[in-house]
Design a protein around this ligand. Structure first.
Ligand code: 6PG
Length: 465
């Protein structure tokens, strides 16, 4: 059988995705810029090799696929995508479809989509790392409805399945909508990871727990409300032993976090939309701070070590603080997506997004089931106001306050948890403090203000004339 699907880019993710597609019964032609990579991939494909057609050139790839062709790009985001799109422009026709499955910036996807390409174009966000790509990722698709309809049988077949059996692949909206939702996913991924790192720090430096004990704690949390992939793997990594030192592996890993930019894009976009996502902002900030290794050492040399032992705090408090932080983070993320939907004219479906994130992706968690339900009740309502989550917050906020306060008093940096709490306190305060800002703005710039009594007196006594 001649393939109707092709895939370009046999790196870790591309290779895993191609095997997944072949395994689900779809013949596929593959091509990698380095011919040896293509050959090695095919040679290692085992039982699936018969459904995979290795090709030596881009033209061979196109020739090996019967029209209308669907070609998945799995190359690094950025110029490599533009290069492939340009090369394919000479080879494909108007019924062919190119699907960028990398972590593209959604503005790039919008730009490519609007560029009058000689073929159809989609951008899909694929989450779940190598394991997900191989056995079931979460897929956030952006593009024309007709193109989604064309690809849905394949994408839903290869996607992860939620506990209720629904495939975690859905159409988010036109053009860049899929990559936009994927970048918010990654922003939340950064935030979930950061909050876990913060409570890890409190356990290590505040409570004096060793890595195996911390790992056991995470493993226990993974049995409850916090059940999630990231808490699960945090338990596993904290328990891992290092062959070289004989001690915990975590203790020998440099504390400088890498990043490829998706979290930063989310924060920049949130700023453009004036949609506050402070937990994610704190997470990106913390990664940037973490990479300043020498400066942090210089800071410690001048001010002395920061973290001090903490008393009166239990791991139960940390578990509850993490629950609260997580709810606040997701409330911000979904509110940002609502703002983006309005701004970009996309009908982003909040419950559908929560449902797609239930399995396969890095942020998958038990709580996303409840979030999907709460958002379905009222998609426009801030998640923290949904009765289910409001109840959870009432229970967990005292612990969040305790942890943030202990961090502040004892030099344990917990920016994501602290920003979440500050956002919450602002968002539940009807009479805030921006009256002061408005008066200041009027004082130095005569910017005017509205009054609570409705009188039309927009300036203070400093206004002349
Ligand atoms: C996923 C991940 C994946 C990848 C990111 C992480 O959903 O599967 O988000 O896309 O791990 O590249 O990004 P950083 O390198 O920025 O941490």
């Amino acid at each position: 059988t001649t393939p109707q699907i092709g895939l370009i880019g046999l790196g870790t993710m591309g290779a895993a995705l191609a095997l997944n597609i072949a395994e689900k019964g779809f013949p596929i032609a593959v091509w990698n810029r380095t011919a040896q990579v293509t050959q090695d991939f095919h040679a290692a494909a085992g039982d699936l090799a018969g459904r995979i057609t290795p090709t030596a050139t881009l033209a061979d790839l196109v020739a090996a696929i019967s029209p209308p062709r669907s070609i998945i790009l799995m190359v690094p985001a950025g110029p490599a995508v533009d290069e492939q799109v340009a090369a394919l422009s000479a080879l494909l026709g108007p019924d062919d479809l190119v699907i960028d499955a990398g972590n593209a910036n959604f503005h790039d996807t919008n730009r490519r989509n609007a560029a009058g390409l000689p073929f159809r174009f989609m951008g899909i966000g694929v989450s779940g790392g190598e394991e997900g790509a191989r056995h079931g990722p979460a897929i956030m698709a952006g593009g024309a409805s007709a193109d989604w309809a064309r690809m849905a049988p394949v994408l839903q077949a290869i996607a992860a399945r939620a506990e209720d059996g629904t495939p975690c692949a859905d159409h988010m909206g036109p053009a860049g909508a899929g990559h936009f939702v994927k970048s918010v996913h990654n922003g939340i991924e950064y935030a979930d990871m950061q909050m876990i790192a913060e409570v890890y720090g409190v356990m290590r430096d505040g409570l004096g727990m060793d890595a195996p004990a911390i790992g056991t704690t995470f493993a226990r949390w993974n049995e409850g409300t916090l059940r999630s992939y990231l808490v699960e793997i945090s338990g596993i990594v904290a328990q891992a032993k290092d062959a070289a030192s004989g001690g915990p592996l975590l203790d020998v890993i440099l504390d400088a976090a890498g990043q490829k930019g998706t979290g930063r894009w989310t924060v920049i976009e949130a700023q453009n939309l004036a949609a506050p996502i402070p937990v994610i902002e704190a997470a990106v900030m913390a990664r940037n701070v973490s990479s300043r290794v020498a400066e942090r050492a210089a800071g410690e040399a001048v001010f002395g070590p920061g973290p001090e032992p903490v008393t009166g705090l239990s791991t139960g408090d940390l578990e509850q603080a993490l629950i609260a932080g997580k709810i606040l983070c997701y409330a911000q993320g979904f509110a940002m997506m609502s703002a983006a939907g309005g701004e970009f004219g996309w009908a982003l479906d909040m419950p559908a997004i929560a449902r797609v994130w239930r399995a396969g992706c890095i942020i998958r968690s038990a709580m996303l089931n409840d979030m999907a339900e709460a958002l379905a009740e009222d998609p426009g309502r801030n998640l923290m106001l949904a009765p289910f989550f409001a109840d959870h917050l009432r229970l967990s906020l005292p612990a969040l306050r305790k942890v943030v306060a202990a961090g502040a008093l004892h030099g344990l940096s917990c920016p994501a948890l602290a920003f979440g709490l500050a956002w919450f306190d602002a968002m539940r305060t009807a009479r805030g403090t921006a009256n002061m800002i408005q008066a200041q703005r009027d004082f130095f710039g005569l910017h005017g203000f509205k009054r609570l009594d409705g009188l039309d007196l927009p300036h203070g006594p400093w206004a002349k004339g």
